[in-house]
Design a protein around this ligand. Structure first.
Ligand SMILES: [Fe+2]
Ligand SMILES: [Fe+2]
Length: 620
């Protein structure tokens, strides 16, 4: 040891002694430094599937593959499937949950803003039901939310939004405090916002998940995109000075350079337009890069198709496949800077041979209700359909990309990665380019047909004219006349016939058109060419008609019309009086399931709880 160093070290020793004195119980510094719980995200601490607390006893459970960072040591959140939480079902009396005063702090890096962002929280915010607290962020700012008990009525959360925008990809120290009267939000040691809107005891739901790195309650689930270095919870409100001191201890983190934007799946791989010999695989990456699909009969014997051209939305057609054959596939995108994004292995199957059995499911109107859409998508996936028909209104607002990503492809991820969706365009897509970008269909895309097994499907756009002088009518007339399929199905968004109460007139006032008159132009073609079933959406409920010819029930030769608009859009209702054509009605979220083997067809409809509520069989 050099003599020069000695005084410095001695000085350090004296400081340590002084520091220990300040750590004695009962002093402010002691409490500031000793939270109820603190998690420090360091790989060495990680044991099995959990991260023990550095202070306190509640470990964090890590589900999925953790991505550890060094310099600084931290845990990166880039994979939607990765999750960290204390307890999935935490009750209000849990000793970890503060009753009134508390402080929650985090060293966090936000790589991507989002509408709902969670850093740490224990809450439920579902419609009018608002309970608990959350340290979070939005597209641009940090936030601190809290609901307290109220003498009358329901607790309401206050979302306290910071004034200073966060810096994407940079470390920040974010703190929320509540002293029973005032909520305060601090960013990098400085007070950024406060509110007196809440008062008294914190209102908790009977059960909630204590999440770290996620905005999650019963209705929403949005993973953090960024990284965590340290999260602490105190059962008292720290003072501004204490928070400034805590910040100073690691303030150098804020000087680290901006983290590169991570490459992630904006939309996970999904299938389009399978035929007996081909299929198209699509996905969207956060960063532009090339597109590679590896596929084969097993993961150890694969071929590779590569598109060098850089892009975000990737579309790779595979050709020369064997009919009715199961394949495995995975995709990857590599940026110019060398960031590689690779998916898990998924599976697809080529279209079956004409004599083989197959099945498809039907859904419609998956609008602004991702929780229900996820539930219906799971019901469909549980039945392992060969493909899926979507009757339109795939999103609520076509130009809003977020809806496509989070409300259609997100909830349908497991399904669409294995069962291709064949859509028709609704009115809510607003004919936006997103529809044509995200679906890969034969030109001109808004109308098309496809063959699957011994069936043929005809899809038209009823937002446009389908009257006898229209291009679509003429195309349909010709295509149907040439069809040699055993089973013929048609679908479009608007109903030829509907028992709805007010979309076509106002049945309560005696005005009723009982369906879309443009779409009804097609019924003569459906009758002429003996189409078996016509599906539509638009009306958010379920209806099956009797077989119809003209304006009569014709059980022998008629066409069956099925409205399946139960994918999530807010439910509608029926005419108060019976219509002449209805055979079965149901107001609920639902899906349909159609099974075909040669000349036999089985039809079933399931409500959102998986209960069968309608079925019939056809035989030729
Ligand atoms: Fe709709
Ligand atoms: Fe619609």
């Amino acid at each position: 040891m050099s003599k020069k160093l000695r005084p410095v070290l001695l000085g350090g020793f004296v400081l340590v002694i002084l520091g220990m004195a300040l750590w004695l119980p009962g002093t402010d510094a002691d409490e500031a430094d000793v939270p109820i719980v603190r998690w420090t995200f360091e790989k060495a601490k990680f044991k099995g599937k959990s991260l023990p607390a550095s202070v306190g006893k509640d470990a964090l459970t890590l589900r999925g593959n953790p991505r550890w960072l060094s310099n600084p040591e931290a845990l990166e959140y880039v994979d939607d499937d990765f999750r960290s939480f204390v307890k999935e079902r935490m009750e209000p009396h849990d000793p970890l949950l503060p009753k009134k005063e508390f402080t929650v702090s985090a060293w966090v890096r936000i790589d991507e803003g989002t509408k709902y962002g969670g850093i740490v929280g224990a809450m439920q915010d579902n419609g009018d039901y608002e309970r608990g607290w959350l340290l979070g962020y939005s597209e641009t700012h940090f936030s601190f939310a809290l609901a307290t008990e109220v003498p009358v009525g329901q607790p309401k959360m206050t979302y306290l939004k910071g004034k200073t925008p966060f810096q994407r990809g940079r470390w920040a120290f974010v703190v929320g405090t509540f002293d029973g009267k005032q909520m305060r939000l601090f960013v990098n040691g400085q007070e950024d916002a406060n509110s007196l809107a809440q008062n008294g005891l914190i209102a908790y739901p009977p059960v909630c998940s204590f999440e770290v790195g996620r905005y999650k309650d019963d209705d929403e689930d949005y993973p953090l995109r960024g990284a965590l270095r340290e999260v602490s919870l105190y059962h008292r409100a720290l003072s501004a000075e204490e928070i400034a001191n805590l910040f100073k201890k690691q303030s150098q983190l804020t000087e680290l350079p901006e983290a590169p934007r991570p490459n992630t799946f904006v939309i996970y791989p999904y299938l389009q337009y399978p035929t007996a010999e081909s299929i198209t695989i699509m996905w969207e990456s956060a960063l532009a890069g090339n597109a590679v699909v590896e596929y084969g009969l097993t993961t150890t014997d694969t071929k590779k198709v590569e598109k060098a051209e850089e892009g975000l939305i990737h579309e790779i057609p595979l050709a020369g496949l064997t009919p009715e054959t199961r394949y495995v596939y995975r995709v990857s995108t590599t940026t110019k800077a060398g960031q590689v994004l690779t998916s898990d292995w998924y599976q697809f199957m080529t279209a079956v041979k004409p004599d083989s059995a197959f099945s498809f499911t039907v859904i419609g109107d998956t609008q602004r209700n991702p929780k229900v859409t996820a539930k219906i998508a799971k019901l469909m996936y549980d039945r392992r359909p060969n493909f899926v028909i979507h009757c339109g209104d795939v999103v609520d607002n076509g130009p809003d990309k977020r809806e496509w990503v989070q409300e259609l492809f997100g909830p349908c991820r497991d399904l669409f990665s294995r069962s291709a969706v064949f859509p028709t365009i609704g009115n809510h897509e607003k004919n936006h380019a997103h529809y044509y970008k995200y679906f890969s269909l034969p030109a001109p895309e808004y109308y098309y047909s496809y063959r699957y097994g011994n069936a043929e499907f005809f899809v038209v756009d009823t937002n446009k004219s389908v009257r006898p002088d229209s291009e679509q009518y003429k195309w349909l007339d010709k295509s149907l006349s040439q069809s040699t399929a055993t089973w013929k199905f048609a679908y479009h968004h608007h109903p030829c016939w509907s028992s709805d109460d007010n979309d076509y007139g106002d049945t309560k006032k005696g005005i009723r058109r009982q369906g879309d008159l443009n779409a009804r132009s097609l019924t003569s073609l459906y009758e002429k060419y003996k189409v078996d079933i016509v599906f539509n959406g638009h009306i958010h409920l379920y209806e099956r008609t009797w077989p119809l010819t003209g304006d009569k029930v014709d059980r022998k030769n008629g066409v069956i019309y099925i409205t399946s608009g139960g994918g999530g859009g807010s439910l509608e209702d029926f005419d108060p009086l019976p219509t002449w054509f209805k055979a079965q009605l149901r107001v609920d979220f639902h899906c349909c399931y159609v099974n075909i083997h040669r000349n036999k067809l089985e039809f079933k409809a399931f409500d959102q709880n998986g209960h069968l509520f309608d079925q019939f069989e056809l035989e030729k």
